[in-house]
Design a protein around this ligand. Structure first.
Ligand code: BT5
Length: 271
């Protein structure tokens, strides 16, 4: 029997199953699974404020008020996707925390590729695409005090078997992208692989800084080499998307040869 065909009760994500033989060092050393919450980011934020340790992973089967960036919504139907928020305490500068979104994107793309075989790519800064459709979004929020990062909540939503009508235009799910629309893995398999990849990338980041994540990113980048339009606060620019700088900003080469470093908050459209 295909695991995606198991009844919902069997398919539910359970903390002890996620943690069994996980063998990660930081990520997922504590796992909490909820049924339905407003937003796993909101729950994880409150837990982090209460002192919950670094690496704590908060999962929910569904979210009533799943959050995107800038007050946007994240469609989170029950038992159809992975909705997870991690508590991180990176002892990094505010500037360096932009790399955490990137390392999450790299980890998601790798976990999807490994589990499903699908060609997942990163659309800088925070989307994962398969065949030009968004299957995952990432939202990191941080708590700072006196200019220092106290903690980061890293939220990741992946559409696993989400139906077309449950998603906005331009979005898709892993199931929809698989041949015959048949899942040959479970949400549990993907969740565990995701935690392993996040652990690997996060430890590289903590030990060695940006080098590893930037190399991985360039192998998985959807934007590199594409002509893009960037909406900055005061003007619109166009050019070729290239690499990232060491803080994770996208370098766009303008037609006059000038290189513009684009920040994650700016809007980038492929021409
Ligand atoms: C994101 O925002 O892509 C970040 C999404 C983060 C979701 C996770 S789930 C676990 C954790 N808890 C939370 O509450 N949030 C995080 P943004 O780049 O602003 O994209 C939002 C836009 O994507 C929306 O305005 C829609 O157009 C589209 N969208 C909404 N739901 C979607 C879905 N399930 N799949 C693909 N696109 C979606």
């Amino acid at each position: 029997m295909l695991r995606g065909d198991l009844p919902k009760s069997v398919n539910q994500l359970l903390a002890e199953e996620i943690m069994r033989q996980l063998k990660t060092r930081v990520i997922g050393r504590k796992v909490i699974c909820y049924n339905t919450v407003d937003s796993t980011n909101t729950v994880a934020f409150a837990l982090a404020e209460q002192g919950m340790p670094e690496g704590t992973a908060v999962f929910a089967e569904g979210q009533k008020k799943g959050k995107g960036r800038l007050g946007r919504n994240w469609s989170s139907p029950k038992a159809k996707g992975i909705y997870i928020s991690l508590i991180l305490r990176p002892h990094a500068s505010v500037r360096a925390t932009g790399l955490i979104t990137l390392l999450a994107a790299v980890s998601v793309a790798q976990a999807i590729r490994k589990t499903s075989g699908l060609n997942a790519l990163i659309r800088w800064p925070n989307d994962i695409l398969i065949n030009n459709k968004k299957v995952c979004g990432i939202l990191s929020e941080m708590h700072t005090q006196a200019g220092l990062v106290k903690f980061v909540v890293l939220g990741i939503g992946i559409n696993v078997s989400t139906a077309r009508h449950q998603l906005p235009p331009g979005a898709s799910s892993l199931k929809e992208q698989l041949p015959g629309q048949r899942l040959h893995f479970s949400r549990l398999d993907l969740a565990r692989e995701l935690l392993r990849q996040l652990d690997r990338e996060y430890l590289y980041f903590k030990d060695q800084g940006s080098a590893h994540v930037l190399t991985q990113w360039s192998n998985l980048s959807f934007l590199s080499g594409k002509r893009v339009q960037v909406v900055l606060q005061e003007k619109v620019i166009e050019g070729l998307a290239q690499d990232l700088d060491d803080a994770g900003a996208l370098i766009v080469r303008l037609d006059n040869g000038f290189k513009q470093h684009v920040l994650a908050g700016d809007v980038v459209k492929v021409r």
